[in-house]
Design a protein around this ligand. Structure first.
Ligand SMILES: Cc1ncc(COP(=O)(O)O)c(C=O)c1O
Length: 456
């Protein structure tokens, strides 16, 4: 009898691109690629791809053309905004700004914060939500890694209670890109608001896996990336309260953000900027990216998050049950292994360098995971229990021989398009590598761990 939960009660995976792609193994054989790095970039939903392809012949300029296709593209762009607003369950006065991705969204927000704003962020954040606040006119307080959701709320409460009155912003991630653990966003938002602070939710990892209701969570802003939401066309979103966005200088100065530009008698130029999303969308907007995000929002909404969450839980249980049977595997967790998570899990393997292990998963099994510190260096170092010198940003320390203590971790992540078979294949590959070792020798080349095919 299988140790795994019954598959018949959960929905089928959604169709994504690349599901039949074959990749070469170092042995010369070919296998279907198991994409288990959704947390970095998820494959495009087939539906998103089809929608974009259907729109492509009608592509035209946005907000400036008199022609039919320009008008159609402008309408689609604005409808995409409305679809995202619905997807996020925004309040009446909230606005949706299309950006390039979450990093861009949070940097945009950092640029509109009133001078003197104090920002509070846990040191466990992804660098995209840890670093944009380090600029003139803002101060940042980093809160130590909490070991339970209650500790997180208490730490924020204490920090805000001890802070000076004035504009304050809390930045929190909804689901960790390292552990996949879901953070107590609603409680943190309530705490922030009780102290008169505002809160932005980094939903880069939450939105692809879980419903995000701005109204219900009561956050002030939310940011996410299209390429993690099955819509890899270069767009992202910052959505939420208008007041600070409308009061600030535009993110980029240029056409589209300006309402009127007039030459003054003294030779200078006077500009009146738009209010609303256009203010921060100068230049030609990425209509394909926005449309793709809207298509993904519709597709996820139609599939239903109840079904998607149930399916993902099923895969998570399957993964955890499989890894639990391999004692050399240590899963990284802040809040405890039983804490609810999205389909993201990081681990280390006893006596293995993580880069070496991940390279073997790719070269010998055709399984794509990620190794490194995942752009969350303080968090991963806390979880690994080391304070070693940093490798390069988002990079991995040099891979070396098996047996050395790992300075980085392995991350497996999946989502709506993942078939059960990928998770099973992954668990079996981990078991085999741990038991039998890698079949090939590996070396570091150009910062990457690769099979050493020079031998023989
Ligand atoms: C939690 C989290 N926030 C922000 C980001 C940055 O997203 P992007 O690279 O799309 O800007 C990531 C990317 O991995 C992430 O996982």
């Amino acid at each position: 009898m299988s140790a795994y939960p019954n598959t018949s009660t959960v929905c089928q995976p959604l169709a994504v691109l690349g599901r039949d792609v074959e990749v070469p193994l170092v042995s010369g054989a070919k296998v279907t690629y198991a994409a288990l790095d959704y947390a970095a970039s998820a494959p495009a939903l087939q539906r998103v791809w089809d929608d974009v392809a259907a729109y492509a012949p009608y592509y035209g300029s946005v907000h400036r053309g008199a022609g039919y296709l320009s008008q159609l593209s402008t309408d689609l762009f604005e409808q995409s905004r409305a679809t995202v607003a619905e997807f996020l369950d925004l309040r009446e006065d909230d606005q949706v700004v299309f950006t390039r991705a979450t990093t861009d969204s949070l940097n945009l927000l950092a640029g509109v914060l009133p001078t003197g704003t104090e920002v509070f962020a846990f040191e466990t954040e992804h660098h995209a939500s840890l670093l944009p606040w380090r600029r003139d006119g803002l101060t940042v307080s980093y809160l130590r890694a909490p070991r339970s959701p209650e500790e997180a709320v208490a730490a924020l409460d204490e920090a805000l209670a001890g802070s000076a009155a004035g504009p304050r912003l809390v930045c929190v991630t909804g689901a960790s890109n390292v552990t996949g653990e879901i953070w107590p966003v609603r409680e943190l938002a309530a705490t922030a608001h009780r102290h008169g602070a505002r809160i932005v939710l980094d939903a880069a990892q939450l939105a692809p896996h879980h419903p995000v209701s701005v109204r219900e969570l009561d956050v002030d802003w939310v940011a996410f990336s299209g390429h993690k939401l099955y819509a890899p066309f270069g767009a992202g979103v910052l959505a939420g309260r208008s007041d600070w966005l409308d009061a600030a200088e535009p993110y980029l100065a240029g056409g589209g953000a300006s309402r009127t530009v007039a030459r003054e008698a003294d030779g200078s130029v006077a500009v009146e900027w738009h209010r609303g999303p256009q203010r921060h969308e100068a230049g030609s907007p990425n209509v394909v990216g926005a449309y793709a995000i809207a298509s993904a929002c519709r597709a996820l909404g139609e599939a239903g998050f109840d079904a998607l969450v149930a399916r993902e839980r099923f895969l998570i249980d399957r993964l955890r049950a499989g890894l639990a049977g391999i004692p050399q595997v240590r899963v990284l967790t802040l809040f405890g292994e039983e804490h609810p998570r999205v389909g993201v899990l990081s681990f280390v393997v006893q006596d293995w360098n993580s880069s070496h292990f991940s390279a073997a998963l790719s070269a010998e099994y055709g399984i794509g995971v990620r190794d490194g510190l995942f752009c969350a260096h303080p968090l991963v170092r806390t979880l690994l229990g080391g304070e070693e010198a940093a490798p390069s940003e988002c990079g991995a320390p040099e891979a070396s021989l098996p047996g050395e203590r790992s300075l980085n971790a392995i991350r497996v992540s999946f989502g709506a398009g993942t078939p059960d078979e990928h998770v099973d294949r992954f668990v079996e590959a981990v078991r085999e590598l741990v038991t039998d070792g890698a079949k090939w020798a590996y070396r570091t080349e150009g910062g990457r761990c690769v099979p050493d095919t020079r031998r023989g």
